[in-house]
Design a protein around this ligand. Structure first.
Ligand SMILES: [Zn+2]
Length: 459
């Protein structure tokens, strides 16, 4: 897909190579973030004679700057058809368990690194009209695995190998005792004043001037149906006292490329309301305006304009330039971000259902902020450009995703815009939100804010 003319030229990627040791360290760091610690187990490639040996099968791939490796080999694992990249021995069994040792015959370390680091989008030049790496260009789309957290499946293979060589069970750290997984509920606040516009426009188009006049009068005399943050917070709190995280957009003027920002300004009265929501346990994050994903000074101005100390972030329109944005987020000092999902499809953009520290291609280490990947955005479910699910199709579509997150004890990160709590929305509106929240409660999810997730992770 060619870049739209208003998308500025991409900066060049920092050149590879990324060494074997770097890949191994990054992947194992994340493996041990989600598993209980276990001493005395060595994991690596044959040259270091570890007890768990991984096949070294990436060849020169990580010495080059090409975005896509050879097609994966699909293998059965725990009842699923799992794609294994860097699997050059398709006829060999995946896992060979011997006396005191184990061999994994696919290079799951390189494959996990490839997906978790976001290698494909960093080295690909393809971007959509919002400057985003499009789902259409991804390996998840090409090989049909966006709803499967493949890195977690690789970790499952590794877990079984470690359990074999140590003779001890290895468990995934629970977010809360007894809770199978966590849920992070958030709302991007783009619009507070515009509920009347669509019906008024429709009335005008149909020549129904009386109806148009009524809409206009209601707009001028009554609070807008989307000016509803207290309603949103109360709707979320119905579920085991879950707390909403609001990502507030402090820029009213459209972006330099004409894309709209907020339809509201941060008045003193509005800031006071936010403070009240905060005292009720809601969390306030920053919704980075158009342009901030590639401009640290602009993002800092957003933060100053917000007037409260936001530690969490999500970019408006899920804008994210893989070659620049992680550095911008680091330099402004955010603790966590929750932008990284595909706008076009629910599921796992990095094929991982746990929070992770994005890979820093400049330093070959990790970035300082935690990414809580976005799993479902309301707009994705029903939108002319994205999916067009009927209301009754929403929950059945998402259940397999919830199954996977529950299986691996991950985090279900949900974005439901405040405007979609308007009862007039019957497609991806309040009824669908409540259905989904009921499902989460029924499955025993523990509801956490971004900072709670961060605090629960081992350092
Ligand atoms: Zn937004």
């Amino acid at each position: 897909m060619p870049a739209a003319p208003n998308v500025p030229a991409l900066p060049p990627p920092i050149a590879a190579p990324i060494s074997t040791e770097t890949r191994l360290a990054y992947v194992l760091r994340h493996f041990w973030l989600v598993h209980e610690p276990l001493p005395n187990v060595s994991i690596g490639y044959a040259d270091t004679q570890p007890t768990v040996t991984i096949a070294d099968a990436a060849g020169p791939f990580f010495q080059q700057n090409t975005p896509f490796p050879a097609a994966p080999n699909f293998r059965e694992w725990a009842g699923r058809r799992v794609p294994f990249f860097f699997d050059t021995q398709p006829l060999a069994p995946l896992l060979v368990l011997g006396a005191g040792q184990a061999v994994i015959n696919a290079d799951i370390i390189s494959a996990a690194f490839y997906l978790l680091s976001g290698w494909q989008e960093y080295f690909s030049d393809t971007r959509d009209r919002h400057g985003r790496f499009p789902f259409d260009a991804s390996v998840q789309k090409q090989y049909g695995f966006v709803a499967l957290p493949v890195v977690n499946c690789y970790f499952d293979v590794l877990k079984m190998a470690i359990e074999h060589v140590t003779g001890r069970p290895l468990s995934i750290r629970p977010w809360r005792q007894g809770a199978p997984f966590a849920a992070f509920i958030s709302h991007d606040i783009d619009n507070l004043r515009s509920a009347w516009k669509a019906p008024a426009k429709a009335a005008l188009k149909q020549g129904q001037l009386l109806k148009f006049g009524q809409q206009l009068w209601r707009h001028l005399t009554q609070p807008d149906a989307w000016d509803n943050l207290e309603t949103v917070a109360a709707a979320t709190a119905e579920y085991d006292g879950a707390r909403s995280t609001f990502f507030i957009l402090p820029e009213h003027r459209p972006g330099a490329d004409g894309t709209p920002n907020a339809d509201y300004s941060l008045s003193a009265g509005f800031v006071q309301r936010l403070e009240t929501l905060k005292t009720q346990g809601c969390a306030l994050g920053l919704h980075g305006s158009i342009g901030t994903a590639t401009d640290a000074l602009h993002l800092t101005r957003n933060l100053d304009d917000a007037g409260y100390a936001a530690r969490g972030l999500r970019f408006h329109y899920l804008r994210w330039e893989p070659r620049q944005t992680p550095g911008v987020v680091d330099s402004v000092g955010f603790e966590y971000d929750s932008t990284l999902g595909f706008a076009e499809h629910y599921g796992f953009r990095h094929s991982y259902c746990h929070p992770f520290y994005p890979f820093n291609f400049s330093t070959a280490t990790e970035h300082g902020f935690l990414e809580i990947p976005l799993v479902v955005m309301d707009a994705t479910l029903h939108h002319p450009h994205y999916l067009r699910l009927a209301p009754a199709e929403v929950l059945p579509a998402l259940r397999p995703v919830l199954d996977e997150i529950a299986r691996f004890g991950g985090v279900f990160s949900l974005l439901w815009h405040n405007e979609n709590f308007d009862p007039a929305n019957t497609r991806n509106g309040p009824a669908q939100f409540h259905e989904l929240m009921g499902e989460l409660r029924g499955r025993g999810a523990t509801f956490l804010t971004g900072r709670e997730i961060l605090a629960l992770l081992p350092s």
